[in-house]
Design a protein. Sequence first.
Length: 244
Amino acid sequence: MTSLVIIPTRRAHSNHAEVARSIGVDIIAGRYAEGTRLPGDAELIAMFGVSRPVLRESVKTLVAKGLLSTKARVGTVVRERGAWNMFDADVLAWHLDAGIDKRFLGDLAEIRLVVEPRAAALAAVRRSEADLAELRQSIDRMRREASDSVGFADADLALHIAVANASGNPFMRSIGNVIEAALRASFLLSAPALGALAKLSTDPARLRRWPQCLLSTHYGHQLPPSLFTAEAFSDSNDSGRGGG
């Protein structure tokens, strides 16, 4: 049987968001299997103690995130996992609430491996002085905080987001939800290696190697250096934010 690790996340601030979170967690945990129909409105209203408009708003939220579909004379049905919006901040948070396994952590690490090395390579070429100041501020804060503290985790996340911003590509920043979910899980399961982060500098070669050190911790072994070579990133065409 696969062991799960539950990572509690922040609770919702409204009734409909909390109902959506509760149903979403149940779907992700498998308590409502793919293709099954949710209980009727009357049963759900009694279960959550909310009004019909609140319940309908919750269902709309879950439909928009790809977890449910609604059809006349069929009802509200759980969609297949492939339809779920895995880049949605709530869907990722609900996975942490429902319990994550080694496979899920591996999936998070793989998508980061696709995106973050390239973000770091672009940041090494395109970063501004303001970007450098933000990177240094995050690293300095990590040095000051205990490695098992919330402050360290917040600074760690800020560092990753700063690298994404420094890349100059808005799509890199949009993947921040995935990075945040991965870091939250990683922080609670194993402290990051501050020594690797301390090597981050204005040197493009060192900045490129940073994701290799970071992502290796998710797999428990050293990743192939060939994945992170300058040739693999082809930075010769990156002459700045406006270049191309």
